[in-house]
Write a protein that binds this ligand. Structure first.
Ligand SMILES: Nc1ncnc2c1ncn2[C@@H]1O[C@H](COP(=O)(O)OP(=O)(O)O)[C@@H](O)[C@H]1O
Ligand SMILES: [Mg+2]
Length: 349
């Protein structure tokens, strides 16, 4: 082997297809979620014969295939039949009733949304959907600012299944009683992948992402372990990409230990950005940091003064902060009544 054989030429790359490391990339086969997919498919089955179906609530921590699983089902459904409309909405991006409805319209092929009000939009959607059936996925549903839209979809669409996805275990409890009693979802909890599963999923992505003989197996193993430890496939994908970038930066054709270590050292920064709070959640956290030990009433008063939102929205924000482990809630007895008081956690973050 010559002295320069291990160097990349300027137009060479170690990546065969970098796209497969994107978080949005949807593999053709989704291994290890067959049971969940079959379970969901069974719930949706009545829609194919013009019957009613149940709604579904999917919970579980980030990066364990909730979104991928549901998008996969939509894809299969579309290939199988044109009797059902498949709609996917990311409520982090479409966080108001209006935005959700416009997105649904566009996915249904209805273009005349301009200057229409929300109730006009929902009428148009109902006209289209009620001739057939629909599966509507509301992903990251806890980020929705107006939960009324859930109620409206439940009311106005006949043959449909709403699939709500959230990281927040307590989401259902934050919904209005009226919505909850219409929804009555089948609840599916996703659990993180085992080490073997994590390894296999990432190995498959690595195989398509990199040229052969670029990534030594022992270094790949470190990444699989890290991803398993963090219980998040996204961490593994991030590490594969970052490692490859580090290798290319050295103009090398082969991944080295220093490349994987460099990538792993970036994780803490990466993880901080995983916590995605909206403006209101950030502000509530600030209130709590300013006045540790404040009661629900006090914090709600500050929140309401600034944002003029309902108590339920407030409770949802609080449960997000709890879910991310950013606050502590302690029940304290004050003048006979037990009320929750809030404390910030790791206050330097
Ligand atoms: N079983 C699986 N097979 C292949 N890739 C998977 C699997 N589960 C998750 N992934 C990948 O991991 C990443 C995170 O999954 P995602 O469904 O977005 O997680 P969640 O919605 O639970 O946060 C995505 O890129 C997805 O393609
Ligand atoms: Mg997701």
């Amino acid at each position: 082997m010559g002295m320069f054989d291990n160097f990349l030429q300027h137009d060479e790359t170690i990546f065969k297809e970098q796209l497969v490391l994107d978080y949005e990339y949807l593999p053709h086969i989704l291994k290890f979620r067959e049971n969940q997919q079959q379970y969901i498919a069974n719930i949706l089955k009545p829609l194919f014969s013009s019957k009613m179906s149940s709604n579904i609530l999917i919970t579980g921590s980030p990066g364990i295939g909730k979104t991928a699983c549901c998008r996969h089902i939509l894809r299969e459904m579309e290939n199988f039949s044109d009797k059902i409309y498949g709609i996917y909405i990311n409520c982090w991006k479409q966080d108001s009733a209006y935005k959700v409805l416009v997105d649904i319209c566009h996915q249904l092929g209805y273009k005349w949304t301009l200057n229409k009000k929300t109730n006009e939009l929902i009428d148009e959607i109902a006209k289209i959907v009620n001739k057939k059936a629909a599966v509507i996925i509301l992903d990251e549903v806890d980020k929705l600012k107006e939960e009324q839209i859930i109620y409206q979809l439940l009311e106005d669409l006949f043959r449909k299944s709403l699939i709500l996805i959230t990281n927040n275990q307590e989401f259902l409890a934050t919904l209005d009683q009226r919505t909850r009693s219409r929804l009555i979802p089948e609840i599916i909890e996703f659990i993180p992948y085992s080490y073997k599963e994590t390894y296999d999923i990432l190995y498959e992505r690595k195989k398509y992402a990199f040229h052969e003989n670029v990534f030594p197996d022992d270094l790949f193993e470190q990444i699989a372990q890290k991803s398993f430890y963090e219980k998040d496939i996204r961490i593994g994908l991030f590490l594969l990409k970052e490692t490859g970038n580090a290798t290319e930066l050295r103009s090398s054709k082969k991944v080295s230990l220093e490349d994987t270590e460099k990538a792993i050292s970036k994780i803490s920064i990466f993880q901080q950005t995983r916590i995605t709070l909206d403006e209101e959640e950030k502000e509530i956290l600030n209130f709590i940091k300013d006045k540790p030990g404040s009661s629900t009433t006090e914090i709600y008063r500050l929140y309401n003064e600034k944002f003029n939102k309902t108590d339920r929205t407030f409770r949802r924000k609080i449960s997000t902060l709890k879910e991310f482990d950013l606050i502590d809630v302690k029940e304290e007895k004050i003048s006979g009544a037990q009320t929750p008081h809030f404390f910030p956690k790791n206050s330097n973050s």
